[in-house]
Ligand binder design. Structure first.
Ligand SMILES: Cc1cc(C)cc(S(N)(=O)=O)c1
Ligand SMILES: [Zn+2]
Length: 248
């Protein structure tokens, strides 16, 4: 009988491999990023996001995560440059957070966990559709931004965090028009990049991760309004993967 995966002891990350064997693969995410093992790659280009605010469609807070979906029926909101060849279409963004401010991010930087992590997921339109792209090693690009709790929260986070709090409707999506997620970006575009996987089942190894070094600041009471869940996967073995940095 099918038992949905989750983050509890009986259906959590240590069990996922039973239904999703690739969860024990050699290119899994998230991972630890340690300065000592990162390789500065001066050939890495800057990345660029050109998002159309009109592409934003709906927001969902299903109590386990919060997701905003975008119109990805053409190259309307795209990410390009950085380690990527060609443009990748923005499909959705979602968050991972913890039950307290001292943890919640998926990637860990020099042993530090952040309060949360924002993922902007894009797919490669050289493949016929998203489901085809997730079967390809260059199919998906995720731009990851750490959320750090601080005194002066980023004002642009207000709308999205208030909306998340407002829609406690389990599983129903509410309209979320006119939203350009690039307003959430930190000042610096410095990033790490490596090849990995979805951090949730089915855990396909199709993701080029672009992780921003600079976190965005949220307030403790903004984080306290998120559903009290832990929806982050522990770090996975890096094996023979190189993490490259765009900065010295
Ligand atoms: C299964 C899955 C779907 C989506 C859209 C995004 C992810 S993640 N957390 O790897 O960015 C996982
Ligand atoms: Zn994610």
């Amino acid at each position: 009988n099918y038992y949905p995966w989750g983050y509890d002891s009986d259906n959590g990350p240590d069990q996922w491999h039973k239904n999703y064997p690739i969860a024990k693969g050699r290119h899994q995410s998230p991972i630890e990023i340690n300065n000592k093992e990162v390789h500065y790659d001066r050939s890495l280009l800057p990345w660029f996001a050109s998002y159309d605010p009109g592409a934003a469609k709906t927001i969902l807070n299903n109590g386990k995560t919060c997701r905003v979906v975008f119109d990805d029926s053409f190259d309307r909101s795209v990410l390009r440059g950085g380690p990527l060849a060609g443009v990748y279409r923005l499909r959705q963004l979602h968050f991972h957070w913890g039950s307290s401010d001292d943890h919640g991010s998926e990637h860990v930087v020099n042993g530090m966990r952040y309060a949360g992590e924002l993922h902007l997921l894009h797919w490669n339109p050289k493949y016929s559709n998203y489901l085809d792209a997730v079967r390809r090693t260059d199919g998906i690009a995720v731009l990851a931004i750490f959320l750090q709790v601080g005194k002066t929260p980023k004002p642009e986070m207000k709308r999205i965090l208030e909306e998340i709090n407002a829609i406690k409707t389990k599983g129903k999506e509410a309209p979320f028009p006119n939203f350009d997620p690039s307003i959430l970006f930190p000042k610096s575009h410095d990033y790490w990049t490596y090849h990995g996987s979805f951090t949730t089942p089915p855990c396909e190894e199709c993701i080029t991760w672009i992780i921003l070094r600079e976190p965005i600041i949220v307030s403790s009471d903004q984080m306290a309004k998120l559903p009290l869940v832990d929806n982050w996967r522990p770090t996975q073995p890096r094996y023979f993967r190189m993490v490259s940095a765009s900065f010295l």
